[in-house]
Design a protein around this ligand. Sequence first.
Ligand code: GLC
Length: 713
Amino acid sequence: MKMSQLLESMTLKEKIGQLLQLAPFFFKHTLKGEVTGHMEDLGISAEDIFLAGSVLGIGGAKEMKELQTTYLAQSRHLIPLLFMADIIHGYRTIFPVPLALAGSFNTELVEATARTAAKEASVSGVHVTFSPMVDLVRDPRWGRVMESGGEDPFLNAVMAKAYVRGYQGDSLNNPFNVASCVKHFAAYGAPEGGRDYNTVDLSKRALYEWYLPAYEAALEEGAHMVMTAFNVVDGVPATGNQTLLKKLLREDWRFEGVIISDYSAVEEMIDHGYSADQKEAARQAIEATLDIEMMSACYIKHLEALVQEGRVDVTLIDEAVTRIVTLKEKLGLFENPFKTADETKEKTIHLAPEHRLLAKQAALESIVLLENDGVLPLNQACKIALIGPYAEERSILGPWSWQGRLDEAITLAEGLASQVFSEQMMIHQGCTLDGEIGDLEETIMIVQQADVCVLALGEPSHFSGEGGSRTNIKLPQEQERLALEVMATGTPTVLVLFNGRPLEIEHLTTQANAVLEAWFPGTEGGSALAEILFGHVNPSGKLPMSFPRNVGQIPVYYNHLNTGRPIKRSMYYRYESHYLDCSNEPLYPFGYGLSYSHFTLTDFSSPKHAKIGDPIQVSVTLTNQSERTGSTVVQLYVRDLSASVVRPVKELKAFKKVTLLPGEINTITLVLKAEAFSFYNQELRLVVEPGLFDLMVGLDSKSVLVKRLALTD
Ligand code: GLC
């Protein structure tokens, strides 16, 4: 049936129903005839539920098919339900959290994890994933930094594209592809104080320069949906913000896909103080061209009256229904409302061996070696004291791993046990993740008997993720105490961290012999860590987000402005931009990560002059001055030394992950296209201005080789 015919045949209420998204418990309880508290909370009827156009989350193929069948049996037009879910870093096979994956600096790897997640999710009846989350982050107090691609717009953008490619593939008709919903539009990653859902207050420039590029990149790659953020943008809630949605997204960026609110964010415009009541919230959101209201009932309860009162033009609703139904058509749901849902396929595809292998590879490339005095890699014959609450802990999947099963995760102890004889390893928790200190005397005795201590510490998983904001980003105090006691024994200690955010760890890293940042490494975390600890795999991860020395330094990020009073003097001078009690530099900078190999960069060459628009090719010699094959990431940064708007001291504009054999010397070339030199001028137009630039190459954002380039018109 043609869209126009379908719209003509639908009642206004039926059209509005397509704009409602509910969680499955509404349908399930209703399926059994129970009236849920939630339904009363939302003030909707059983009839409303069976008008809803999409479902938030689903538990698997069987449940999805049951729900779709029952729903269609009551549907006058047989418009199938759309099933959406948060597949953020894997479905049943869980990959490292996205912040960790960004640190792999490997877009093909990230794309492969997304493709695998889409395959596992599609056989369980999922059609759309609320991913990638591409909110730029600079504040580790915010619990959701673990979902992000980190502090750099360029890395965030290339990773956003990789996720969209992986999820959507070549066509949504392909059974194992799902539609990608990029989120949270916009600038949700900049809440004041790092407190979730708090005010975001940015200049328009900051929004355009830092926060928008990754969303735009995801849409350039073809993401079919956008989710609005909880926060305000320029004082107006994103969910009802016409400038952001109607003007920027629809008109400027020509986005024709579906915009969905975040959970109850339409109704929350009342709390924001933007909407007087639900009816006004409904009007404001539909006029901003928001298509789907997730888990609140302003649309279903008030849009009909607003149209009948002539306060909302019915074409707005028709346009929203058209976008939603078009997405359902692209997914092939009218031909097959179950699409790829298949209980039999679930059994063979979920956690397939090749998926586990990919999860291990993803963890191997995401783990970051932060310190190493030579204690790593471990001697396979050494006697190990494996200490700490994460020694045998299975909750290493991280937040947003809802279908992942902890009992399928490989713990660090299991990973190590597969590499050594049992008598080589003594395990002692030392303290628990919920704060109990064990028998420290026994712990210390075990450590003293060992050749090396692997100290597995970290944040409990629930300290990260949505609602996981912290003002203190240290390890829990009982773990701090355990660490200091263990390291005081003098037994060489390798600190392994499991966490979803950069932590305040300087007081620990100065005493540890080695530090490995594992993040939340996913299903194969323990096996990957063991490979790295024994040197079977050389660590290559880099930091996608700076580690502050302490929480007082936040925000600290590499691509900062120079200010008019940068530190210039070698001796202390009060009147420059610095603290009285702390360095300006982070503990570990963006792009930093060590290897068991020793890499050097030499012979950096680049043109001295070029015309604006010319591609700029640079080259640098990378040498592996070690006896061990290793990988690292050659990073290319740009600085515009003088422009009509001040520019950051450096911006990542290209990178290449390179593997070198022992002793290998390789000339690495990187190309900068015109956009690498562009920025938003005072009129917020993207421009490239002639002038002097510094080009910088490094294996992190701090230690770089510099070349000057003059760009002319
Ligand atoms: C949550 C999150 C969002 C998620 C949605 C559905 O509140 O903010 O990222 O996709 O609700 O679960």
